[in-house]
Design a protein around this ligand. Structure first.
Ligand SMILES: [Zn+2]
Length: 265
């Protein structure tokens, strides 16, 4: 079985004229690639190209294969919105929360996030953190440097934190600084994309870092693609190419996601 822990309902080709069509294409591609379930991450602002939280909730309402991650901007955190997020967690309409440091000029250690992190911790749902450089804007990575993420991991010991994109292109640095944190996880989203492979030292480097990460803690990597930008097939091939046992690969493909997002409870 395969669970995709990180994708979006976003319009990247002219053929996808609305989110409903993107969703249909998503379900079709999931079927072709034998992806049983997917976690859809909304954009944290109204964006005609990428569905936001309300749109994703609406689009996935009757789609048992699609689950949702909640998100807000730091300046939207207030009593009312926290209640809304808690309600989503309670009804299992959202299975975690994502922050976008680097898209937003806000650090993961910003005090405003604390009530959200507490909420995730109380409901045992993960916090996903966007990391790495943005194409055309390398300085954005200063906001999502894992040195801040480990501070959050220290302050919220029972919070499951998923680092998205492995702080590319600085994979080794991200690997080293997260050593010893049993509440830090990584998703593989975008790691099979050509730009990220080229910028991060090549496919051999990506394979090496993922293998080392599994050896360090076998439950720490979750399969993710960043579809529609990332390809299902390329990411599946990447995991299958790792020198790991089939049990270890199954952990990546679905068991770690089942645990992190509490899919079986
Ligand atoms: Zn993404």
């Amino acid at each position: 079985m395969i669970i995709d822990s990180h994708l979006h309902i976003s319009i990247i080709t002219k053929g996808d004229s609305n989110f409903e069509l993107v969703k249909q294409r998503l379900l079709k591609e999931m079927k072709i690639n034998k992806v049983a379930r997917a976690i859809v991450i909304p954009d944290n602002e109204p964006n005609p190209q990428c569905a936001n939280l309300d749109a994703v909730i609406e689009l996935t309402r009757n789609e048992p294969k699609l689950s949702v991650i909640a998100t807000l901007k730091a300046d939207q955190i207030n009593g009312g919105n926290l209640k809304k997020i808690e309600k989503l967690f309670l009804k299992k309409q959202a299975l975690g929360f994502k922050i976008f440091p680097g898209h937003d000029p806000v650090y993961p250690t910003d005090k405003r996030w604390r009530p959200v992190f507490k909420l995730c911790q109380n409901y045992d749902l993960p916090l996903i953190i966007h990391t790495g450089i943005n194409s055309g804007n390398r300085s954005a990575a200063k906001y999502n440097d894992p040195k801040y993420i480990v501070k959050v991991a220290k302050n919220f010991k029972n919070l499951k934190i998923i680092i998205a994109h492995y702080f590319w292109p600085e994979l080794d640095y991200c690997f080293k600084i997260t050593a010893g944190f049993d509440n830090i996880y990584f998703d593989t989203s975008a790691l099979a994309d050509l730009e990220i492979i080229q910028e991060s030292g090549g496919l051999k480097k990506i394979r090496e870092i993922l293998t080392k990460t599994v050896r360090r803690r076998s439950n720490s990597i979750l399969f993710g693609t960043d579809w529609p930008i990332g390809s299902f097939k390329k990411h599946i091939d990447l995991i299958n190419s790792l020198p790991l046992s089939s049990g270890e690969k199954q952990n990546i493909f679905f068991r770690n996601a089942e645990f992190a997002f509490r899919l079986k409870k």
